[in-house]
Write a protein that binds this ligand. Structure first.
Ligand SMILES: [Zn+2]
Length: 155
């Protein structure tokens, strides 16, 4: 993020990237995804993640990993992206008032002097590990540690 970029614009670019990757994955597979035992795999306790046609997507070691991948299939990620955009839109309307810093205020949280509001900051926390994470979106514990330890990194 450059110094002049709106922090919510940065956040929405991260959501756009999640969406782009999910759409690309969805084009190459037939949803929904499901998990099946994969006894022919050399991995112990392997499960396969397959699409609606039974075409293999990935072999995962352990049923919990396969279940996790199925739970975050492209349709789920796309729904998460849409929900994040709607939350962001609701919490950052443009306000035409000289009394409102940044020209934006959250009319839901009623914190016009503390924009971005806590909801927007919390929405951004899963992206805290990405390059350019705006300082305005940082939420810390009382000891100064990041609220959510994120290991998400850019592609
Ligand atoms: Zn808000």
């Amino acid at each position: 993020m450059n110094d002049t970029e709106d922090p919510i614009a940065w956040l929405l670019r991260q959501v756009d990237e999640d969406e782009r990757l999910a759409q690309a994955a969805q084009i190459r597979t037939e949803p929904p995804w499901s998990r099946e035992p994969w006894p022919e795999s050399p991995l112990p306790e392997a499960d396969g993640v397959v699409d609606r046609n039974g075409d293999g997507i990935v072999v995962a070691r352990g049923s919990c990993i396969g279940e996790h991948i199925v739970n975050w299939d492209p349709a789920r990620v796309l729904a998460e992206c849409e929900a994040k955009r709607r939350v962001a839109e609701a919490h950052c309307p443009v306000v035409a008032s000289s009394r409102v810093p940044h020209g934006r205020a959250c009319l839901i949280c009623h914190w016009p002097s503390d924009w971005p509001c806590q909801t927007l900051k919390l929405l951004a926390q899963p992206y805290a590990g990405r390059e350019g994470f705006p300082g305005e979106l940082r939420v810390e514990k009382p000891n100064g540690a990041p609220l959510i330890a994120s290991r998400i990194s850019p592609q």
